[in-house]
Design a binder for this molecule. Structure first.
Ligand SMILES: NC(=O)c1ccc[n+]([C@@H]2O[C@H](COP(=O)([O-])OP(=O)(O)OC[C@H]3O[C@@H](n4cnc5c(N)ncnc54)[C@H](OP(=O)(O)O)[C@@H]3O)[C@@H](O)[C@H]2O)c1
Ligand SMILES: *[C@@H]1O[C@H](CO)[C@@H](O)[C@H](O)[C@H]1NC(C)=O
Length: 332
């Protein structure tokens, strides 16, 4: 009895002496837990199966695309991984087949920076697939050096927007024939600061990597908006999304200045606010599976729920103008 009283007194004395430090530690602990919980984001709860359905996912060999492919394969879909590097694609397909037991996972070559391969890919799909229920425009490149696609477009606008614009248009008849079907385009929060620079759409006069990325991601949302209008009543929906801030290979062209503090800072950020690829794939998966979204179209999602977009992303004139210019650029 006497000793436990002494212990208790010791504890009380300790707490009294160090309460500021103790309060700080608890405060940081709670703060971190809340921040992490917020960063983890939304989860797709739909149990829908995709047996008998066919899905195409661009850029499915890694990151968000690969995780999306894995879950849709798990739900029984035939999954076509549209990848620019066949070997990387095959490796991803093998992983997905091994993990899900679904043998119906195939790779087809598609380089969005080369419209000839986009046409070839679409021809192949149209000739060999009898139906297509879900198209996921996921592939993307961010803040790369000033590169041009094989057709002479600035790389980010060319791959993120124009390649997907052409691909989607070429597959529209098959999607319509297979309705109800869905087109899902992975945009980004970065679109919120984007503008479409019609005077210099290929950034030839002035190239700022991040600005061109924002433009391409805004184009994803405006494209989806115009597309959903054109698809009204067809049984095909078109929605776009922000996946979250996700630890993937997307940052491969950033932080190439070999400083010491940047990698350390990135590690801390990864730990605190980045989503895993599984978490980053949730909104795409939601848009692909959720039965309550069958008739939802022209909407932008984040963390599995609709999100309001800024004025430049709901400007119908810009959306129309972008559509017309894009058609011209890809030769539709
Ligand atoms: N990660 C984030 O925080 C974040 C945030 C907002 C939006 N997003 C968007 O999420 C999407 C997926 O990105 P991620 O984070 O998963 O990045 P990632 O790990 O870099 O994956 C990007 C995928 O796109 C493919 N790709 C790149 N250029 C291509 C081309 N010319 N033709 C065909 N495929 C090409 C890549 O293929 P290779 O492996 O062969 O290069 C890779 O499979 C992108 O649209 C991105 O803009 C990501
Ligand atoms: C979608 O629309 C169809 C046709 O109008 C209707 O039969 C169906 O119940 C709707 N589905 C949902 C989830 O709202």
């Amino acid at each position: 009895m006497a000793t436990s009283v002494v212990y208790l007194e010791d504890i009380v004395t300790f707490v009294r002496r160090h309460y500021i430090a103790l309060a700080s530690v608890s405060f940081i602990g709670i703060g971190f837990t809340l921040l992490r919980k917020w960063a983890d984001g939304g989860v797709c709860t739909s149990q829908a199966k995709l047996t008998g359905k066919t899905v195409i996912i661009t850029g499915a060999n890694t990151g968000i695309g690969k995780e999306t492919a894995l879950v849709l394969a798990e739900r029984g879909a035939r999954v076509i991984l549209a990848c620019r590097d066949i070997l990387k694609g095959e490796r991803a397909a093998n992983d997905i087949i091994r993990e899900t037991g679904n043998q119906n996972v195939v790779v087809k070559q598609l380089d969005l920076a080369n419209l000839k391969t986009v046409r070839k890919f679409a021809d192949d799909v149209i000739n060999k697939e009898s139906h297509l229920e879900i198209l996921i425009n996921n592939a993307g490149v961010m803040a790369c050096p000033y590169w041009k696609t094989d057709d002479g477009f600035e790389m980010q606008f060319g791959v993120n927007h124009l390649g997907h614009f052409l691909l989607t248009n070429l597959l529209l008849d098959l999607l319509k024939k297979s309705s109800p079907s869905r087109i899902i385009t992975v945009s980004s929060l970065a679109m919120e600061t984007g503008q479409i620079n019609f005077e210099d759409i290929n950034s030839e006069k002035n190239y700022v990597p991040w600005v061109a990325y924002c433009q391409s991601k805004l184009a994803n949302v405006l494209f989806t908006r115009e597309l959903s209008k054109k698809l009204e009543g067809s049984g095909v929906t078109a929605n776009s999304l922000h996946p979250g801030i996700v630890a993937t290979e997307l940052g491969r062209y950033m932080n190439q200045d070999h400083s010491i503090w940047k990698p350390v800072l990135m590690k801390i950020l990864y730990f605190m606010i980045f989503k895993t690829s599984q978490q980053g794939a949730q909104t795409t998966i939601c848009l692909a599976l959720d039965e309550t979204l069958t008739n939802t179209s022209g909407v932008y999602f984040s963390d599995c729920v609709p999100k309001e977009v800024p004025p430049q992303a709901r400007d119908d004139d810009t959306a129309k103008k972008l559509w017309d210019i894009s058609s011209e650029m890809v030769g539709l």
